[in-house]
Ligand binder design. Structure first.
Ligand SMILES: Cc1cc2nc3c(=O)[nH]c(=O)nc-3n(C[C@H](O)[C@H](O)[C@H](O)COP(=O)(O)OP(=O)(O)OC[C@H]3O[C@@H](n4cnc5c(N)ncnc54)[C@H](O)[C@@H]3O)c2cc1C
Length: 383
């Protein structure tokens, strides 16, 4: 099906708000249609839900065919014995969670975009999210992926080859199906903790990380805390969990449960749309060690750059408005000097290409050449 020019426009941007031009948009319904579309196209950009914040799904120069995976949303092969499920790449995370809830299971990686992000997009970006302190990244929960290469051939890639596709942001092939590992659903509770100083944030986070029941530590700076009506000072949302069959219940004594817990967690999910609505159009994701947190935060606060993030794993989200965007290279240089990574979860895409270290560029180019010799996928992105 060919789309008219107005409909194509929807596919010419993603959550990064970068703009591009598509040659065409196709909506494959099965693997055979993906194979056909790839074999017949010179350049392909794969798109899940378009929630990426680095421009990875934005087509370039009117030359890319956009492969919209949203129609490939089948959930098959649920295996109760092994706690695994097989899904097509366009399955939305929340829809998968709804399916798994009746079996008392869940996919435990939880990006804030869970209501719309696809499993294919999460694998391609190796999405992290708020419970990374306990569950790590998407790739930790993938058993195998099925991919379509530039010739239109299908291959199954297990754990040893997963890194050629997971976290490669669609530059190496199309992920069409995946087998995911699952975890038992937990009873969860949460507290809102007020912290007076940046130094205190560091000591509170260090202490919380010793408690194995803690599954989330989310940080809000003073400005964001105020705007969200949390009060004066810095704030942390701390989530605790225990298995559903644990008679002792969640380990957060006095923590909020039930609806009050859900409202607090929803507040966390509202931060991205809130800052975007306030004109902060570029949301970055540097990752640093907790003992460098104060240095980076001091630099950001001096420039009035609002910050929230998954502080439990060192991923911060500084939010830049249009005038502040020129400060991004300076922040990236500081992050590198502090021994951190320029991207903790959103990926490189188009926006962060200039900040990838030379050695990493070499590795990425080698993987790209080996997996995509026709240079078809996401040309010009990442490296
Ligand atoms: C409000 C908001 C909150 C967010 N919170 C988080 C968070 O907590 N943690 C986090 O990690 N990220 C977060 N993100 C970023 C984003 O949601 C994730 O990167 C997500 O995994 C992208 O999924 P998607 O389906 O939207 O992929 P898209 O944006 O469509 O694509 C992302 C990249 O993956 C590639 N891709 C997509 N599908 C495939 C496929 N089937 N095969 C090969 N390549 C593919 C694309 O080409 C592109 O390079 C957030 C974004 C927003 C807007």
């Amino acid at each position: 099906m060919k789309l008219n020019k107005n409909l194509i426009k929807i596919y010419e941007s993603d959550a990064s708000r970068l703009k591009g031009n598509a040659k065409e948009v196709v909506h494959p319904r099965n693997v055979a249609e993906v194979r056909g579309a790839v074999a017949n196209s010179a350049r392909v950009v794969v798109r899940g839900a378009g929630t990426g914040l680095a421009g990875g799904a934005v087509p370039q120069n009117g030359m890319d065919v956009v492969l919209d995976m949203s129609k490939m949303d089948g959930i098959h092969g649920f295996d109760k014995e092994r706690n695994t499920v097989e899904v097509e790449a366009g399955v939305i995370l929340d829809e998968l969670q709804g399916y798994l809830a009746r079996f008392g299971l869940e996919f435990p990686v939880n990006p804030s975009s869970h209501a719309v992000a696809t499993i294919g997009g999460m694998i391609a970006t190796d999405a992290v999210g708020s419970r990374a302190i306990k569950y790590g990244k998407t790739s930790n929960w993938v058993k195998w992926v099925e991919i379509v290469d530039g010739y239109g051939e299908v291959h199954k890639k297990g754990i040893t080859e997963l890194s050629d596709y997971s976290g490669m942001e669609g530059i190496t092939g199309v992920i069409v199906r995946a087998c995911l590992k699952l975890a038992p659903r937990k009873d969860r509770s949460a507290t809102l903790v007020k912290v007076e100083s940046l130094e205190d944030v560091v000591s509170v986070v260090r202490e919380l990380k010793r408690n194995s029941a803690v599954s989330m530590i989310e940080f809000f700076d003073k400005g964001i805390s105020k705007e969200l009506e949390l009060g004066e000072g810095y704030h942390l949302i701390v989530e605790y969990e225990s298995p559903r069959d644990d008679p002792a219940g969640p380990d957060g004594a006095g923590a909020l449960t039930g609806k009050e817990y859900e409202d607090l967690i929803k507040l966390r999910d509202r931060v991205y749309p809130f800052v975007a609505g306030e004109g902060y159009t570029r949301i970055e994701d540097p990752k640093i060690m907790i003992d460098r947190f104060v240095k980076l935060m001091t630099w950001l606060e001096a420039r009035k750059i609002p910050v929230f993030g998954h502080v439990g794993v060192g991923i911060l989200h500084p939010c830049f408005n249009h005038d502040q965007e020129k400060l991004v290279p300076e922040m990236m240089a500081l992050v590198k000097r502090l021994g951190g990574q320029v991207s903790g979860e959103h990926g490189i895409g188009v926006l962060k290409k200039g900040f990838v270290e030379i050695n990493d560029q070499k590795i990425l180019r080698n993987v790209k050449k080996r997996t995509d010799p026709l240079n078809k996928f996401n040309v010009g992105k990442v490296v």
